[in-house]
Design a protein around this ligand. Structure first.
Ligand SMILES: NC(=O)c1ccc[n+]([C@@H]2O[C@H](COP(=O)([O-])OP(=O)(O)OC[C@H]3O[C@@H](n4cnc5c(N)ncnc54)[C@H](OP(=O)(O)O)[C@@H]3O)[C@@H](O)[C@H]2O)c1
Length: 239
């Protein structure tokens, strides 16, 4: 039995991760803003699921939640996220700030709360739900892609900078998943997985001790290829 803290547990991947973790006998502190959804789910799943209302952008609230948690989690799943499929020709600076506040600083808020405590214990896992979209920009989503690139790079940087702490940093890089985030936006998306399948793949990877969980394999390969081609060619193809 492990203790999980999962952000963004009210929907999509986070909700399926919560259900799966509970089904595997783990305790889950399930966080989101929509507490009613979490409470309804907890009524179905039972005592292993512990719903907590928390906006990940609210540092004071994040601190309060983490400081008063009855036990130190084994795994902190940084999953809360905001999608952005905007107008390709409109620059909106505030949208960047909003997206980074959730996708990037929202994750960092929890790392800030648990890093020292994990280090003192000599053990702990941070799992950042990033995206293959962080590897190369996609048309229409520059802010989202940038936030995921930042998250991926930060986890990688922490892993190689802060060593011998016993902390494991795991990067999850899904491609397209069928969740409320992508609902109505799936034109042009391919090899779409459902959230249950994604959750199973992610949790199997965490339990197997992986540090990079990227899927599906075909898309992972295409993204790798996209990174290999010259930037001029990439821009010409994607335009
Ligand atoms: N769907 C995809 O194709 C895809 C692909 C790659 C990566 N991802 C990543 O996977 C993660 C989960 O996405 P999803 O597709 O499952 O999306 P989703 O169904 O829209 O779920 C997003 C979750 O994030 C929570 N959230 C958003 N803003 C929050 C805030 N300020 N404070 C606390 N919680 C907040 C939402 O809860 P409340 O609204 O209740 O707070 C919700 O539970 C995200 O990081 C996303 O970027 C998704």
């Amino acid at each position: 039995m492990a203790v999980y803290l999962i952000t963004g547990a009210s929907s999509g991947i986070g909700l399926e991760m919560t259900r799966l973790a509970v089904a595997r006998g783990h305790v889950v502190y399930a966080l989101a803003r929509r507490i009613d959804i979490l409470r309804d789910e907890a009524a179905r799943l039972g005592q292993l699921m512990r719903p907590i209302e928390c906006d990940v952008t609210d540092r004071a609230r994040v601190h309060e939640v983490c400081a008063t948690l009855p036990e130190l989690p084994d795994v902190v799943l940084l999953n809360a996220g905001l999608g952005a499929f905007g107008d390709k020709n409109k620059f909106n600076r505030d949208a960047y700030e909003r997206i980074f506040a959730v996708n990037y600083f929202g994750a960092l808020n929890f790392i800030g709360e648990f890093y020292e405590r994990f280090r003192e214990r000599g053990r702990g896992v941070f799992v950042g739900v990033s995206s293959l979209a962080g590897e190369r920009a996609l048309p229409g989503w520059p802010a989202y892609c940038a936030s995921k690139a930042a998250l991926t790079t930060t986890l990688e940087g922490m892993a190689i900078s802060y060593r011998k702490t016993g902390i494991r940093y795991v990067t999850v890089r899904p491609s397209f998943i069928d969740t409320p985030m992508t609902a109505g936006q799936q034109q042009g998306m391919f090899l779409i997985w459902d959230a249950k399948r994604a959750a199973r793949y992610i949790m199997d990877g965490i339990e197997a001790g992986k540090i990079d969980i990227a899927f599906p394999l075909v898309t992972r390969f295409l993204v790798w290829l996209a990174r290999m081609i010259p930037i001029r060619l990439y821009r010409a193809v994607m335009r």
